[in-house]
Ligand binder design. Structure first.
Ligand code: CA
Length: 311
């Protein structure tokens, strides 16, 4: 009797553990990409404030839980794309050396989406894929407005530059970085004219038409993008009214800071999630719409997409 009971118990435990392993093999490894995932922040961004508050709020952990190897980079909060891009490239070279993996999957939010394009343009051999989230590849109307209304060398430009650089420096200090800040260079990088000049030198992935998709693959590097067109998405998020204010500078659908069509790069996964510019990185503190795809889910799904392509 006892022997039979032990046998049945053993079989139950065996099937339970093997089914749990099978379930975990899929679920715990759905984001286990071949190459490390490298996250790159936007203008005035950071990796962690005070070592606690993540820019990509809860996203690195969500990806790691599904088996991904994730690195969060940090560049000058406010500076030209080429300057930020060179800083990012140095970090990518370090990541490649640390991990022993020959390439990385780059994902950039906002200005970070231009930085990752820079890295892929100058060192395509180090890049498996480039993904931008809410990035102004064809400029941001707000940057155009600010640039047009602050004439070169004027008092107002000096004031704007002072505050922008102060903001960048403060964020840099609390996030433990001392990268050089240049608010005007950052602004110029994000205007229609600034992005047009950047696109002429680094064209990979950029759509040729005003609102179409770009090539899905250029020189062996995969290109993707997604973005939102939501503005007021969560009544408890104090950053939503700010997005509402900045969205007034835009004539078409936008996420509060970047127009829907300007966000297009490579294979456009979707350009109208009910997310504003901060929701795209699960801010503030995870306060996003509860009625639509969660930002963390979008990042996890994308990692699974890259994994399934062998990247
Ligand atoms: Ca939000």
């Amino acid at each position: 009797m006892l022997r039979r009971f032990s046998l049945v118990l053993g079989l139950v435990v065996f099937f339970w553990s093997s089914s749990a392993q099978a379930w975990c093999w899929w679920n715990c490894n759905s984001a286990r990409t071949k190459y490390p995932i490298v996250l790159a922040h936007g203008a005035a961004g950071f990796d962690e404030l005070f070592g606690v508050i993540e820019y990509f709020y809860g996203i690195p952990g969500a990806l790691q839980d599904k088996g991904a190897t994730v690195f969060v980079t940090e560049v000058s909060q406010l500076n030209a794309t080429e300057v930020r891009g060179e800083q990012l490239l140095a970090q990518v070279e370090t990541i490649v050396a640390i991990t022993g993996k020959p390439k990385v999957n780059l994902i950039g939010h906002s200005h970070g989406g231009l930085d990752v394009r820079y890295v892929a343009s100058v060192r395509p051999d180090l890049v498996a894929s480039v993904t931008s989230v809410g990035s102004p590849h064809k400029g941001a109307d707000l940057a155009d407005f600010l640039a047009a209304n602050f004439e070169d060398g004027s008092f107002t430009q000096s004031v704007l530059s002072f505050f922008a650089e102060l903001l960048g420096t403060v964020i840099g200090i609390v996030s433990g970085s001392s990268n050089p800040q240049d608010g005007i260079a950052a602004l110029e990088s994000l205007t229609t004219a600034g992005t047009a000049a950047f696109n002429a030198t680094h064209p990979a992935g950029v759509p040729s038409s005003s609102c179409g998709e770009g090539p899905a693959s250029v020189g062996g590097v995969r290109y993707y993008s997604w973005s939102g067109t939501g503005i007021l998405t969560n009544v408890f998020d104090i950053s939503d009214p700010a997005m509402g204010l900045t969205s007034l500078f835009y004539s078409g659908p936008n996420d509060g800071l970047v127009g829907r069509c300007s966000s297009h790069l490579g294979d456009v996964i979707r350009d109208d999630y009910f997310q504003n510019h901060l929701d795209e990185v699960n801010q503030a503190f995870g306060l996003v719409s509860i009625f639509t795809s969660n930002p963390k889910t979008l990042f996890k799904n994308h990692a699974n997409r890259l994994k399934n392509l062998g990247l």
